[in-house]
Design a protein around this ligand. Structure first.
Ligand code: F6R
Length: 255
């Protein structure tokens, strides 16, 4: 069962996630952090930046990137990661990787190779799409999938239109780590906030494991922590039990 922590707001979740990442970096300064883009992880990056930790040896791998957008477009995930992660956290740009470089037909294999060479991801941050995607693995994605080009759903393009002038400017294609890639990370930290995510959170945590809901793949992973606010937790059947488990967490369990 995933560990589910229900927090008062996104800022509190950001602080807890920063605690967890801080512990990881203290134990292993050159750890490999899997980073996500979008609005959800921003409080994590803000909390982490405020701690002024030495993260110069940390290595980072992004989950995904749009295809068909110049890498220096302000909304490319290369640009977003540079602006919101690499700079504010003081990471070494040479240690930060985003998929989609070079010929696109080989970019998935190249990225898988780089992940393997790095020894795999220690901690993967994940957001959750309103349609249930993690990374850009849209409904129907194979549970064993690896990094590859995918087609975004209309729902995801509408959700992400807020970052562009119009929905028509949101790319149709993306390259994303697969569900199989994500499941290889040694720990998953999924965050979701707001009532628009409530249904997807319930399906990911408590629904059947199904390619129809890619977020449910987290149930196949032995070490998952889910940080949600009250609104995103609203559809969880066992919310009271998760609160009770968290309140009675044995002292020997790491956070
Ligand atoms: C982004 C990513 C996506 C987002 C998801 C939620 O790298 O992989 O899965 O996490 O679309 O987006 P926000 O956080 O903007 O609601």
């Amino acid at each position: 069962m995933a560990e589910v922590v229900i927090l008062p707001d996104a800022a509190a979740a950001g602080e807890l996630a920063a605690d967890i990442i801080g512990d990881l970096v203290q134990a292993r300064p050159d750890a490999v952090l899997g980073v996500a883009t979008g609005s959800t992880p921003l409080p994590v990056y803000q909390a982490l930046a405020a701690r002024r930790l030495d993260l110069s040896r940390l290595r980072a791998f992004a989950l995904d990137e749009y295809v068909g957008l110049a890498l220096d477009h302000p909304q490319s995930y290369h640009s977003v990661i540079a602006r919101e992660v690499t700079g504010p956290l003081g990471l070494d740009p040479a240690r930060v990787h985003v998929p989609g470089e070079g010929p696109i037909e080989h970019a998935g294999d190249v990225y898988e190779h780089a992940l393997t060479e790095a020894g795999g991801v220690d901690l993967q941050l994940l957001g959750l799409g309103t349609d249930g995607h993690i990374g850009f693995n849209e409904p129907g994605s194979s549970l064993a999938s690896l990094t590859r080009v995918k087609t975004l759903t209309e729902q995801t393009r509408r959700d992400n239109a807020r970052f562009f002038d119009s929905v028509d400017d949101v790319p149709i294609h993306c390259i994303t780590q697969g569900l199989g890639t994500i499941l290889r990370a040694r720990r998953l930290l999924l965050l979701a906030f707001g009532e628009r995510k409530a249904e997807a959170v319930a399906a990911a945590v408590e629904g059947p494991v199904t390619a129809n809901h890619p977020g449910s793949a987290i149930q196949l992973h032995p070490r998952v922590t889910v940080l949600v606010d009250e609104a995103a937790a609203a559809r969880l059947e066992h919310a009271d039990y998760y609160r009770y488990v968290h309140a009675n967490k044995p002292y020997w369990q790491p956070r």
